[in-house]
Design a protein around this ligand. Structure first.
Ligand SMILES: Nc1ncnc2c1ncn2[C@@H]1O[C@H](COP(=O)(O)OP(=O)(O)OP(=O)(O)O)[C@@H](O)[C@H]1O
Ligand SMILES: [Mg+2]
Length: 252
């Protein structure tokens, strides 16, 4: 099967400092892929190369090749706004727009021209909120501000917002680290439901979470991809000593 995303020999520099060192990895369409590794090893940096979020960092320079469905996302003709709709992102800290719940979800489809008639937009907002597992909690308060929701609800709103533009890949950078265990369980359940519909990459510091939600795991250390494989294998029978040390809590 051809991978959804194929990264080859990707390095990232911030000025003279190298944060990612020749990483090659494939992201499958039908799996959840977890990125694990100690703080500062480059997980977020590498994740952000997958939809060119590093473009917003003036000192960042990316080399190597990243193909989305075989197409080079760093090619000069690439429409970055379109790319970020195809490869959506959910951040550590929920970041709803200071607008209504409805507008948070409707904004993307409107600017991308996915729905113009009000009825179509209403239907798309409802479908996205349902897929994000938030509809029942907000259907009677769609005009309330997105920022008035709880942290866990805000994070599901951000997921609904990412889903609304019909992405192909969703990147999540520690999406549960600001949430309590109940809100975390809801996001994990949601990831299970979204799996297969979207390719999903999640960064997490929580080993149990990686084991619960992912089918594949990549362990990063000091900017290198040390080990990549089936999640069950990584956690029960890692090939590399550095992986074993990390998952058993010897450092990190
Ligand atoms: N905007 C930036 N400018 C300069 N250096 C940066 C920038 N962002 C990250 N770095 C550096 O790149 C390296 C990798 O950082 P990154 O944030 O990708 O790590 P991480 O694995 O996501 O860590 P954490 O688990 O703490 O989130 C670190 O040394 C960090 O200091
Ligand atoms: Mg990070």
């Amino acid at each position: 099967m051809t991978p959804k995303i194929s990264a080859r020999d990707v390095s990232v520099f911030y000025g003279a400092k190298q944060a990612i060192d020749h990483v090659s990895i494939d992201v499958d369409q039908d799996n959840v892929l977890a990125f694990i590794g100690p703080s500062g090893c480059g997980k977020s940096t590498f994740l952000r190369t997958l939809n060119r979020m590093n473009d917003t960092v003036a000192s960042a320079r990316v080399s190597g090749e990243i193909l989305l469905d075989g197409e080079d996302i760093y090619a000069s003709g690439m429409d970055v706004v379109q790319l970020r709709a195809r490869v959506g992102m959910v951040f550590q800290k929920p970041n709803p727009f200071p607008k209504s719940i409805y507008e948070n979800v409707a904004y993307g489809p409107r600017i991308h021209g996915l729905a113009t008639a009000r009825a179509d937009l209403d239907a798309l907002v409802e479908q996205s909120l349902r897929r994000a597992g938030l509809w029942d909690e907000v259907k009677d308060r769609l005009t309330d501000s997105g920022t008035a929701l709880s942290g866990g609800q805000q994070q599901r709103l951000c997921i609904a917002r990412a889903i609304a533009v019909d992405p192909e890949v969703i990147l999540m950078d520690e999406p549960c680290s600001a949430l309590d265990p109940i809100a975390t369980a809801k996001i994990e359940e949601l990831i299970h439901e979204l799996k297969g519909r979207y390719a999903i990459v999640i960064v997490t510091h929580n080993m149990q979470q990686a084991a619960r939600v992912s089918q594949q795991t990549a362990f990063f250390h000091l900017g290198q991809l040390v080990e990549f494989g089936r999640t069950g294998d990584i956690f029960t029978n890692p090939r590399e000593e550095r992986t074993r040390d990390y998952i058993t809590g010897r450092y990190g």
